[in-house]
Design a protein around this ligand. Sequence first.
Ligand code: AMP
Ligand code: MG
Length: 344
Amino acid sequence: MKTTVFSTSDLEKKEVQKKIKYNLENDELVVFPTETVYGIGANALSETAVKKIFSVKGRPSDNPLIVHLSKAKDVYKYVNNVSKHAEILMDAFWPGPLTLVFESKGIFSPVVTGGLKTVAIRVPSHKTAKKVIELSGVPICAPSANISGRPSSTLFSHVLEDFDGKVSIIIDGGPTDIGLESTVLDLTVDIPTILRPGKITKDMIEKVLNISIINHTEVQNGLAPKSPGMKYKHYAPKGNVTLIDGSFEETIEYIQKQLFDKRQNKCAVLCPDEFADMLNGDTIIKLGSLDNLESIATNLFKSLRLMDEMNIDYIYIPAVSYEGLGQAIMNRLLKAANQNLIKL
Ligand code: AMP
Ligand code: MG
């Protein structure tokens, strides 16, 4: 298949708009930027289109998709029981990086919902994402635009690497802003429960709802995962990833020793700027300052992908605090490290 690439400014052109609409109507896939990461879009009402997402991503069929809408009020068409809490959250955080899980009216195929009775919905704030959904005139499934198991795409070049020749259109929107996927919050349970941490933090949600909510973002032993996506290994570079949790000095010392012991291998450190300034090694990649977790989030996935591009064997990453956005960063890092966390 030949993939056509457009820039975000091309979307002003009538013929480009027509082409995007035509492709989505005809069950083709269109990759577009969102404020979180790039999404691979298909008509959520077409089983044929949605199945293509699973096949090109190599995504397990029990991992449901998030349905993207261009306006919050469309949510009432597809779900039952929009609670007061839901309305407060939609008001406060939509459009934006918060996905809400509702009871489904059953309009979406089980292919979309992974056979669940619930459906995850988000209204993105990115101008291009909104435009694509509006043009299509239908809800759009848009999981992260990466081959399953790889870090989500935050750069146009990553999308091209994974999907050139496999989708009909890719829209180049440059680097994505937030760099981590949306927060997923389950509203079908008595107490709202975070299933995936993201830019919209537990504190931010509790503040607007004025109640305490639950974090259930890791698979618990013996229990079925609340969110099917939780159980899959994710974001993992080919090299061996070690996360290190200790004091600043201990962490520096530990990493420095590993770099020495493994000097016959290709090693890299991905770390906050403060650590980079104190470490000696061939490949020390700065993620951003500890005072600016937003920049660490933005740089995370592209740095993980860089590890594969550089054929790195051993990757060392200092843990960050679980506070605020740190929770989302640590959630992705633990998956990238396959839970390999050294506590000093
Ligand atoms: P992605 O599309 O790659 O951003 O992943 C979507 C995430 O949302 C996965 O972790 C899914 O398991 C989760 N998700 C989607 N739909 C539901 C649902 N109905 N209930 C719980 N989690 C969901
Ligand atoms: Mg994903």
